[in-house]
Design a protein around this ligand. Sequence first.
Ligand code: PHE
Ligand code: NA
Length: 472
Amino acid sequence: MARETWATRVGFILAAVGSAVGLGNIWRFPWVTAENGGSAFLAMYLGIVLLVGVPGLLAMFVVGRRAKRNPVGALQQLSGSDRWGLAGGFLVFSSLVLISFYSVVGGWILRYLGESLLGVVAGSAPYFADPGASFGAASVGLDAVAFHLVFLALTAFVVVAGIRRGIEVATKWMMPAIFALLVGLAAWASTQAGAAEAYAFYLRFDTSVIRENFFGLLGPAAGQALFTLSLGVGTMITYASYLDEDRSLPFDGASVAVLNTVVGVLAGLVVFPLLFSLGIEPGETGTGAGALFVGLAGAFAQLPAGALVATAFFAVVALAALSSAISILEISVSFLVDEYDLPRRRAAATVGGLVAVTGSVCALNAGVFGFVAGTLVDILLTIGLAVCLVFVGWVMGRDALVEFRKGAGPVGRAVATPWLFAVGVLLPTFLVFTLLTTFNVDAEIGFWPTVAAAVAVAGAAFAGLRGERSLV
Ligand code: PHE
Ligand code: NA
């Protein structure tokens, strides 16, 4: 059976934006920004998106479109060596870890959406009375398992329908809906009492925070940048594998990054005014996963039209989460379809069954959840992306340049060679560096020793590859 392709260019871009825009922008981003001192963190994160995220995204597109296979098959085929399939397997494994906790949070969102809707009907949402206790009850336990399963089923439903009739159709209306709702919510939020203070916190550029806490910020900023652009698990390889025409990859990549950033910043313009208008300092309601739910639920509870606003807000988050979860599930489904010839339905049932179990573990144990969502995923994504970049720079080499230039305009063609150098050398070194700082934060080993260690690790990796094929 011929491999499916996207029906339209905009379909591919919107599906990739759908993957990028997700809980990362709306749930994780405000929470991590608040924990790390606001605007300075935002600036650092935007810098990493531009300098690391976009070139990294293009590298994933290059792999996917060149091979037109799932991550495992793609790395095998492009390298001509089965050993690289292991690296692809690592990506697929990471995607399963990711979807396990992602689907649990998606379940929380569905529950909050449902309760907000009830609130519109009944006048007050059930969680309004005591947001803290209500989140505690909703986030861990059998309820959380049940909602996780519902969310997972919705995700699988779209994936089973395939690329054109499922993912493309779904994301094509979800993305404009998210955008329109967020613009409306941001406009409304700007009329709230705390808006001015919130903008000051969010948008003021205070470099001293960066200078004082460079190491502390780097890991979270890089982790968030990779997470938000869906890098490091093979989603973008998979989506690009369904491209048939040779359109400009640099253009598509830049579009995805810009749209994703706009939505992220918009989400902050909704979340922060709400919190500030109630005098809730972001991060004050406890740091961690619940901060946003408890803080915002508290805000909604005190607003005149709270249930209605809450419904719009949780609808945005639900659509964003769903379109991302779809892109995560598609990785392992495409793997089973390509490599084992399973029909989509069987593949989705297999992966869905597995994630039903692993996600339930996260839903039943807050410790496991916190470790997976807070630490493990950052590490897996960073390693996964670094490995892919080394692959593109050192194994694909010239082929990657050819693929990058295909269909690109004059600007895209001009940046191809510097891009490959960044992808093969600078970015992997940077990623190893951030990984080391993540482990280092308390040890305080210092900047230059960490750089030296990163160069050494990266150098060893490159040296190991020399025998396979050399950089252009
Ligand atoms: N980018 C998604 C978000 O911000 C998360 C994601 C990560 C999706 C990796 C796919 C792959 O929520
Ligand atoms: Na999404």
